[in-house]
Design a protein around this ligand. Sequence first.
Ligand SMILES: Nc1nc2c(c(=O)[nH]1)N[C@H]1C(S)=C(S)[C@@H](COP(=O)(O)OP(=O)(O)OC[C@H]3O[C@@H](n4cnc5c(=O)[nH]c(N)nc54)[C@H](O)[C@@H]3O)O[C@H]1N2
Ligand SMILES: Nc1nc2c(c(=O)[nH]1)N[C@H]1C(S)=C(S)[C@@H](COP(=O)(O)OP(=O)(O)OC[C@H]3O[C@@H](n4cnc5c(=O)[nH]c(N)nc54)[C@H](O)[C@@H]3O)O[C@H]1N2
Ligand code: SF4
Ligand SMILES: [Mo]
Length: 699
Amino acid sequence: MTVQVTPTICPFCGVGCGIDLRTENNKLISVEPQLDHPVSRGQLCTKGWNSAYGIDPINRITHPLIRTAQGFRQASWDEALETIADGLKQILVESGPQATGIISSARATNEDNYAAQKLARAVLKTNNVDHCARICHSPTVAGLSQTLGSGAMTNSAADLLETDLILVFGADPTENHSILGGHIMRAHLEGTKLIVADPRCTRLAKLADSHLQLKLGSNIALLNAMVKTILDNGWQDKKFLDQRCEGLEQLTASVANALEGVEETTGISLPEIESAAKAYSQSKRAMILYGMGITQYVSGTNNVIALSNLALICGQIGREGTGVNPLRGQNNVQGACDMGCLPNVYPGYQKVDNPEARAKFSQYWKTEVPEHPGLTSMGMTKATLAGEFRGLILFGEDPVVTDPDQNLVKRAFSKLDLLVVAELTMTDTARMADVVLPAASFAEKSGTFTNCERRVQHVQQALPPVGEARTDWQWLAAIAQQLGSDQLDWHDSEAVFREITQITPNYSAMNYTKIDQLQGLQWPCNHETPEGTAILHKDTFPIGKARLIPVHPIDIDELADNEYPLLLTTNRLHFHYGCGSMTRKSPLLERETPAGLLFINPADANDLGVTHRSAVGIRSRRGYVETRAMLTDDLPPGLVCMPYHFREAPSNQLTNTAQDPLTKMPELKACAVSVQPLEPGMSPRPIDEISALKVEGVK
Ligand SMILES: Nc1nc2c(c(=O)[nH]1)N[C@H]1C(S)=C(S)[C@@H](COP(=O)(O)OP(=O)(O)OC[C@H]3O[C@@H](n4cnc5c(=O)[nH]c(N)nc54)[C@H](O)[C@@H]3O)O[C@H]1N2
Ligand SMILES: Nc1nc2c(c(=O)[nH]1)N[C@H]1C(S)=C(S)[C@@H](COP(=O)(O)OP(=O)(O)OC[C@H]3O[C@@H](n4cnc5c(=O)[nH]c(N)nc54)[C@H](O)[C@@H]3O)O[C@H]1N2
Ligand code: SF4
Ligand SMILES: [Mo]
C-alpha cells in the first residue's frame, strides 16, 4: 500500500503548529513539520516531534468499560450507553437538571466542544458546562471583555517579528509555547527589546534587556506603578486616549499613591520601574504577551485589567506589533471557549442570561434552554460535596491530577452517583469513573482547532480509531439519542461545523474548504471580513471605546508563616504536558527529566539541610508529597517551585482552592508550604503509597 501524508495540527499547545502525519497500511510511520505553515514555518518543538507516542495504540482504551465490584469489565457501546442514559434519567427525575453537568475538553475539536455544550443545554437542560479554561485563562475572558470587548489574543504570532519591544509578563514561552519562544529569541537577536516580568529567572529572563523579578503575586502593584510613572512623565498616547478610551480620570486618580511602598511590595526598584515604563511607552510598537503568572491568582481578573490599562494608556493596541496577547495554553482552549463550553455563555460569547440570546438559541435548536448561568468546574466539585450534584460527563481532562487540592477533588468524585469519563488512556480520573469510554485521538478524527492567535485550523483524519474508539461528538450524540433526543444527529464533522457557523457570529463566513485554502482563518471571519482578521481593534473596539478600569493590589490568599515558611508556585516543564498522560508515554521525553522535582534556592536548601537531588517531603495545609530537590539560583530565597505533570508527585496535593471572586479561578500560583529532608538514603514515595498508608492509619 502507498504511503499517505495527512496535514493536520499538533495536539499539544495553543501555538497550533502544522504537522504532517505519514501513514502506511493504517499505521503511523512518522510525524513531520509542515514546511509552509504560517506559524511554525517548518519547525516543531520536542513535544510536537513526539506526538505519535501520545496516541500509540499501546496503552490506549479500546472498548467501553463498566465498573464492577472487582474493577472494570469490558462492555459493548450499547450497554455502556444504556448504563449512562439510565443513570442520567434517574438523576434528572430525582434531582433535576442542575444535578447533572459536563466538563468538556480544550484538547478536543470545536465540533466536539460544540456538541458537549449542546448536549448540556438542549438535552440535559442545564448550563452546568465548563472546561480547563476555568483554571487557565478565564480571567482573560472576563477581564479583556470588560476593557476591550473581546477576551482573546489581539494580535498574531507573526507580529513577534514585526515589533520593537516584547514585554513577557508571567509567561515562560520557551518552555510552554516553544515555537513562539523561538520567534521571541530571534526577534531579540535582531534588535527587538525584551523585558520579562517573572519571579523566576526563566530562560528568556536570562536573555532579556531587563528582568523585573517581582515578588510572587505583586503584579498589580508593579503595573499600577508603571501606569503612574507614564502619566507623571507625560509618556502616554494622548490622542489614542482621547479618541478611543474612557475612564482616564478615574484611572489617574486611582494610581495617585501607586509609587508609595512599591519597591517593598514588588521587590523592584523605582529606577527599574521607570526604565521599563519608559521603554514600553516610548517604543513605536510594543507587544505584551502574558500567561499563568497573571491569571492563576485570586486577583486574576484584576491583573488582566491592570495589564490592559498599561497597553491602552500607551496606545499599544490595534496596530501591527502591539497588543495585549494572552498566550492561550491548550491546542483548542480558544475554541472550547468560542464554542460556549462555559457556564455563562453560548457559542460566540452570547450570554445565557440575556433573554434575546436565549430566544435565539431556543429558536435555532427548537427547544427550551435553561435560564440561569450554570456551575463552574470547581463549582460542580463543591456542589457534589454538598450533595447537590450527582452526575458528571467528563472528557479529555484529568482533574484528579490537574485541579487544585487533589484530596478534595477525589472526595467529590467518589461521591458522584454517575461519573462518565471519555479518554485516550487510563488516567487517575478515568480510574474513578463508573463508565469509561474510548475516545478517538486527534489523528483518528476530523474537525477544527482554534489556536492562540484565533486561527481556526483543519484537523484531518489520518488513521482509523483504535479498537472501538469514537470521536467525542459521536459518543455525545449517541448519549443524546439514548435519552430520546435527535439534537446531535449530524452526518459528519463538517455538518457540525456548518451548524457552528450559523450560530456563532465570529465564525459565520468560515467553511472547511476556505480553511484549507487559506491555511486557517483567524476570527472574526464574517461577511465584512471573509478572509479573517489578523489584528483586532484596528479602528474601534467591540464595545465602542475601550475602558480603563481602576484596580488595586490584592494580597495572595495564603502568606508564609512559621508553620509553612516557604511560598510554593507551580509551573511547567518544556518536555511534559498537562497531566503527563500523553508526553510521559514517550521514552525520549521521559528521559529528559526525573519525575516530580522541587526547585529550591541553595540558601533555603542549606538552611533546611537539603542537598541537590536528595529526597524531600513538602507539606501544605491540604496535603503532602515527596519528591527530589533541585537546587537552583533561578528562584529567589523563600520561593520554591514544582511542575504539575507528575501523577506520582502531584503538586496539586498542595495547591490552594481560594478563588478569584468573579471567575472562580483558583490560586494555583501561590500557597504556603514547609519542606523537610527525608532520611538520608530514602527515596521519595509515590503519592499512591503515601495515601494507602494514610487509609490504613499507619502514618
Ligand atoms: N511544555 C508544556 N507546554 C505547555 C503546557 C504544558 O503543560 N507543558 N501547558 C499549556 C497550557 S494549558 C498553558 S495554560 C500554557 C501556560 O504557559 P505559561 O503561562 O507560560 O505557564 P506557567 O509555566 O504555568 O507560568 C508562567 C510563569 O508565570 C510565572 N509567575 C508566577 N507567579 C507570577 C507573578 O505573580 N507574576 C508574574 N509576572 N509571573 C509569575 C512563573 O514563574 C512562570 O514562569 O502552556 C501551554 N504549554
Ligand atoms: N498546580 C497547577 N495545576 C494546574 C496548572 C498549573 O499551572 N499549576 N495549570 C492548569 C491549566 S492552565 C490547565 S489548562 C489544566 C490542564 O488540565 P487537563 O486538561 O486536565 O490536562 P491535560 O493533560 O491537557 O489533560 C487532557 C487529557 O485529555 C486527553 N485527550 C487528549 N486528546 C483528547 C481527545 O481528543 N478526546 C478525549 N476525550 N481526550 C483527549 C489526554 O489523554 C489527557 O489525559 O491544568 C491546570 N492545573
Ligand atoms: S510549540 Fe506547541 S503546537 Fe508547536 S510543536 Fe510544540 S507543543 Fe506542538
Ligand atoms: Mo492552560
